[in-house]
Ligand binder design. Structure first.
Ligand SMILES: C[S@@+](CC[C@H](N)C(=O)[O-])C[C@H]1O[C@@H](n2cnc3c(N)ncnc32)[C@H](O)[C@@H]1O
Length: 304
C-alpha cells in the first residue's frame, strides 16, 4: 500500500516536472532558434577550428560530427545507421542533420508540443518528410516505440532534465536494436574520489542553485558508466569536452546580450523572464569555472 502511494506520488511529480519543462521549451526554443538557428545545443571548438567567433552554427554542426567520430559511427553504406532516434530533439536540428547525412529514417521526441510542431514545419520545408523524418511529443522515460527499433540513438543536452537516470538508460536499452550505438552529450558533475560518499555541501548548494530553475539533475560520468555496465553495454567511452564548448558559452553570452538576443527574449518570454535568465548566467558559469560541472560525451553499444 505504502509502495503504491509512493509510486503514485512519483508519477504525479514526474508529470508536473514534464509539464513545466514542456512549457519552458515552448518558449525557449523560439528564442534559441532566433539567436542560434535550429540546433539548440552547444558548439564544438578545437585548436584547428579557424572560425570567426560568431559562427556558432558551424560550431554546432561540428559538435555533431565530432560526436559521430568519437563514437566511430560507420559511414560505410552497408553499416551506416538506418533508423535513428533523437531523444529530446528540440526543433529537430540534429534529427534532420543525421537523417540527411546517412539517408536514414529518423524520429525525434520532445516534451514540448510547440517544438514538435516547429520541427515538422522545418522538416517539410527541407523536403525530408518523404524520407520518414517525424516528430512526436513523448517522454524519454516512456517511449512510444517497439523494442529494438533503432540502430543509432542520439541524445544531446536533454538527459539533465530526466530525474530517473536508471529508468532512462533502461528505456534506451529497450528501444536500441542489437549492435546499436548510443551517443549521449550532457553535463555531468565531477566524479567522486574513492574516499568521498557525496559532493561537498557547498558544491551541492551551487548545483541546486544552478539547476532548480532549469529543472535539471546531474550525476557523474562514473555513475553513467555504472548504469551502462548494468545494461551490459559494450565499447563504453567517455570524454570531458568542457574545453571544447567553453568558447561557445562565451559566444552565446555575447549573442544573448546583443540587441537581437534581448529583443528575442522580450518578444517571446517578456522582460521578467529575461531578467531571470540574466541573473542565472553567473551561477552556470561558476559551476563550469570550478570544474564542478563538465560537458561530457558518453557513448556505448548494445551487444549484437
Ligand atoms: C536544450 S534542448 C535540446 C534540444 C535538441 N537536442 C537540440 O540540441 O537541438 C532540451 C530538449 O530536451 C527535451 N526533453 C527534456 N526532458 C525530456 C523528456 N523527459 N522526454 C523527452 N524530451 C525531453 C526538451 O523538450 C527539449 O527539446
Amino acid at each position: 500500500m505504502e509502495g503504491e502511494k509512493m509510486d503514485t506520488e512519483g508519477k504525479v511529480e514526474t508529470e508536473k516536472m514534464n509539464k513545466a519543462i514542456a512549457m519552458a521549451y515552448d518558449v525557449q526554443s523560439k528564442i534559441l532558434e532566433d539567436i542560434t538557428g535550429d540546433h539548440l545545443h552547444t558548439g564544438f571548438y578545437d585548436s584547428s577550428s579557424v572560425i570567426p567567433g560568431s559562427d556558432v552554427n558551424s560550431a554546432q554542426t561540428r559538435m555533431i560530427e565530432a560526436a559521430l567520430r568519437f563514437a566511430s559511427v560507420s559511414e560505410d553504406p552497408s553499416k551506416k545507421p538506418r533508423n535513428i532516434l533523437d531523444v529530446g530533439c528540440g526543433i529537430g536540428g540534429s534529427t534532420r542533420y543525421l537523417a540527411s547525412k546517412y539517408g536514414a529514417q529518423a524520429k525525434g521526441i520532445t516534451l514540448s508540443p510547440v517544438e514538435a510542431e516547429r520541427a515538422r514545419v522545418l522538416t517539410a520545408a527541407q523536403g525530408l518528410e518523404s524520407q520518414q523524418v517525424s516528430f512526436e511529443v513523448a517522454d524519454a522515460l516512456n517511449q512510444p516505440f517497439a523494442d529494438g527499433s533503432f540502430d543509432l540513438i542520439w541524445c544531446i543536452e536533454c538527459e539533465n532534465h530526466i530525474s530517473d537516470k536508471t529508468k532512462f538508460v533502461h528505456e534506451l536499452n529497450r528501444v536500441a536494436a542489437p549492435g546499436a550505438t548510443i551517443i549521449l552529450l550532457t553535463w555531468c558533475h565531477r566524479d567522486l574520489s574513492p574516499l568521498e560518499n557525496d559532493l561537498h555541501p557547498d558544491e551541492k548548494k551551487l548545483l541546486t542553485q544552478t539547476g532548480s530553475r532549469s529543472r535539471v539533475k546531474w550525476i557523474s560520468t562514473a555513475d553513467y558508466i555504472n548504469l551502462f555496465q548494468s545494461c551490459s553495454f559494450q565499447e563504453i567511452k567517455y570524454a570531458d569536452w568542457s574545453p571544447h564548448v567553453a568558447p561557445y558559452y562565451a559566444e552565446l553570452r555575447k549573442i544573448t546580450l546583443s540587441w537581437k538576443g534581448i529583443m528575442s527574449y522580450v518578444r517571446h518570454a517578456g522582460w521578467r523572464q529575461m531578467s531571470i535568465k540574466f541573473l542565472m548566467m553567473p551561477s552556470v558559469f561558476d559551476t563550469f569555472k570550478n570544474g564542478l560541472l563538465k560537458y561530457c560525451i558518453l557513448t556505448c553499444q548494445k551487444p549484437q
